[in-house]
Design a protein around this ligand. Structure first.
Ligand code: AMP
Length: 281
């Protein structure tokens, strides 16, 4: 396992691998790794000859400076977790290495970027597209792995790859959860004890929503979930929407074509948590 901080160093080792006909799997992360990240690394290792993991807390995707400042960073622990996996290269660039000049590129994801996360985190997906497109052009992977936990982010990246005709195959990976159902997230480490105790309710309410969907309309299910979250005083809901997984538009009946996904963002104290559930119809 090699730790590389410079773009040219990474390009050089990967260029040699590519010349030797080796396939490259890529897992972009912001570090503070947990078993969710490692599940992506393991799948990348199973499907590719070489695995690259990037660790970069990308400033351009943070709309809240405090969130950026407080985002957990734990390189030593990340390296030790990755050393137990089949990971070949860790790319750990500085902000100056990634952005020697301000990134002024514009992206347009149409309606995909104005709903849900886009509504509450203006500019977030522009930043995600900036960093992921840069990383893709540096690593030039055959396959890149993303978690379904960040469902809207995956939609945006799929759209970006299509628009820019990038030669990479995207792989979406299931959400890894704690034993009590809470979706693993680097931000979970920031929860206070009492917020950590109630946090699993988010997924419990999503599962109840799925049960309720058998007999209730999407709008009724949506209202029930909102009521339940609002009944927990330590939560502050940002949104819960039931959307089509391709257009991200709200669905009004379960009979519409396509897969429906319930997406939620909740503050538990000062920590913002997101999760989602697929309604199998
Ligand atoms: P992050 O470091 O939060 O930017 O996440 C890096 C990648 O790991 C993204 O593709 C996430 O969707 C994915 N990821 C984060 N948490 C989980 C999880 N609990 N299960 C599966 N993938 C995850």
């Amino acid at each position: 396992m090699q730790l590389l901080r410079k773009i040219n160093e990474l390009k050089s080792v990967l260029g040699a691998d590519r010349q030797n006909g080796l396939s490259i799997g890529f897992v972009p992360t912001m570090g503070a790794l947990h078993l969710g990240h490692l599940s992506l690394v393991d799948l990348a290792a199973a499907e590719n000859d070489r695995v690259v993991v990037s660790i970069f807390v990308n400033p351009t995707q943070f709309n809240d400076p405090n969130d950026l400042k407080n985002y957990p960073r734990s390189l030593e622990n990340d390296l030790s977790l990755l050393s137990s996996r089949l990971c070949d290269y860790i790319f750990y660039p500085s902000v100056e290495e990634m952005y020697p000049d301000p990134d002024t590129r514009k992206f347009d994801f149409g309606s995909l970027e104005i709903v849900m996360e886009g509504k509450f985190r203006p500019g977030h997906f522009k930043g995600v597209a900036q960093v992921v497109s840069k990383l893709f052009s540096i690593v030039d992977p055959h396959k890149a792995y993303f978690g379904r936990k960040d469902f809207q982010q995956y939609s945006i990246i799929k759209n970006m790859v299509k628009q820019l005709e990038m030669p990479v195959q995207l792989v979406a990976c299931e959400t890894v959860r704690e034993a009590d159902g809470l979706a693993m997230s680097s931000r979970n480490a920031l929860l206070t004890k009492e917020h950590r105790q109630i946090a699993p309710l988010i997924y419990r309410f999503l599962q109840e929503a799925k049960d309720e969907s058998v007999a209730h309309s999407p709008e009724d299910v949506r209202r029930h979930v909102i009521e339940k979250i609002n009944s927990v005083s330590l939560f502050r809901l940002e949104y819960f929407e039931i959307v089509d997984d391709l257009t991200l538009k709200n669905v009004s009946t379960w009979d519409e074509e396509g897969v429906k996904v319930g997406c939620i963002a909740v503050f538990a104290g000062s920590v913002r948590l997101i999760d989602n559930i697929v309604f199998e119809k």
